[in-house]
Design a protein around this ligand. Structure first.
Ligand code: COA
Length: 334
């Protein structure tokens, strides 16, 4: 897709939040039930553990916790729209987002799901940004939430180790293109000829052609990143932080190398959370801005790739977000 250039009303990042299930499963725990080793998983993927939702913890539950954290840290007067990017909605019908909005006390606002695999969060940022540019909304809550660990067959050693559950949220507000936090031009794309490379007809039936997916992920994220940087007028040498979809660390280090971005500017949390799908980028934004790896003023490049195939990239300069946290045991924290 041709990059959409910045318009008069631009979406600006106002807050972030995230949520992970409390239950973790380490590589060593997986070896008890799968023919694999900690060494194999770590050397191929960089993953050491993943968070797994309990049977009573839905995609909506995770989305609500992440969104509540973002809202608490910003206390907006209004949220005008809510988008949930997910591959694992709670039901085929209705969408997850209206229930999320209602449980957040936002009944009445437009709320809808968006499915674009692991690129879903970037697609959702694009639609949230479009609502703001069209003056349909002043603030949009964009959530990426997935229970990807529910997709592989429990005995499939080639896919079970890769995936985890979680959610991340970003509150977008109306602002101007010259502010820090303003979303830069977006590059989004898809290619349905690769639809069978990652597919699941139902939970527990994930099929993935690992080697082909690896190759596409590196190529698509590298190309989209280059296009987004060019559209923003950035030189890749000026990128302070690369935030790639956390598919696995071999993929993201290949992308960084091809872009010429030094490895210490490539942020990662895949070791602790695995591949969390649409939640991956906002989870990493929240983790890295909390622990200081992502700081105000950093020129930040986001890129993602996922089932579809889908891909995307965009730039922004990270804003100064004053942060407060939900207290432990908050109402939405199940
Ligand atoms: N433990 C031990 N051995 C395993 C294993 C596991 N968990 N999973 C696969 N293997 C075996 C395979 O069966 C194969 O054995 P064989 O040679 O006897 O057939 C061998 O390891 C090599 O498999 P291969 O698929 O070639 O490994 P790889 O080096 O390509 O790594 C992935 C596999 C999945 C880690 C890699 O292809 C990858 O990262 N793909 C992208 C996955 C991804 O990120 N998807 C989401 C994108 S959004």
């Amino acid at each position: 897709m041709t990059p959409v250039s910045a318009q008069a009303a631009t979406a600006v990042v106002a807050a972030v939040g995230s949520a992970l299930p409390s239950c973790t499963v380490s590589n060593d725990e997986l070896t008890a039930r799968l023919d694999t080793t900690d060494e194999w998983i770590r050397s191929r993927t960089g993953i050491t553990r993943r968070h797994i939702a309990g049977a009573d913890q839905s995609t909506a539950d995770l989305a609500i916790r992440a969104a509540a954290q973002a809202l608490t840290s910003s206390e907006p007067e209004h949220v005008d729209a809510l988008v949930v990017a997910t591959t694992t909605p709670d039901r085929c019908c209705p969408a997850t987002a209206p229930a999320v909005a209602t449980r957040l006390g936002l009944t009445g606002i437009p709320a809808y799901d968006l499915a674009a695999g692991c690129t879903g969060f970037l697609y959702a940022l694009a639609t949230g940004s479009g609502l703001i540019a069209a003056d349909t909304a002043r603030t949009v809550l964009v959530i990426g939430a997935d229970r990807l660990a529910s997709l592989p067959h429990p005995d499939d050693r080639t896919t079970v180790p890769l995936f985890g559950d979680g959610a991340g949220a970003v509150l977008l507000r109306r602002g101007s293109a010259d502010e820090t936090g303003a979303l830069g031009p977006m590059v989004l794309g898809s290619d349905g000829t690769g639809a069978d490379l990652i597919r699941a007809d139902r939970p527990g039936a994930l099929h993935m052609d690992g080697a082909d997916v690896f190759r596409h992920a590196v190529d698509r994220m590298t190309n989209a990143s280059r296009q987004a940087a060019t559209a923003a007028g950035w030189d890749l040498a000026d990128v302070d932080r690369l935030i790639p979809h956390q598919a696995n660390s071999r993929i993201t280090s290949f992308v960084a190398r091809q872009l010429g971005v030094p490895d210490d500017r490539r942020l990662s949390n895949v070791a602790e959370v695995g591949n969390t799908g649409a939640a991956s980028i906002p989870l990493l934004l929240d983790h890295a801005s909390s622990d200081g790896r992502l700081a105000p003023g950093h020129r930040t490049l986001l890129t993602a790739f996922g089932a579809g195939l889908t891909w995307g990239a965009l730039t922004l300069t990270w804003p100064d977000l004053s942060r407060t946290r939900l207290p432990q045991g908050a109402p939405h924290d199940r």
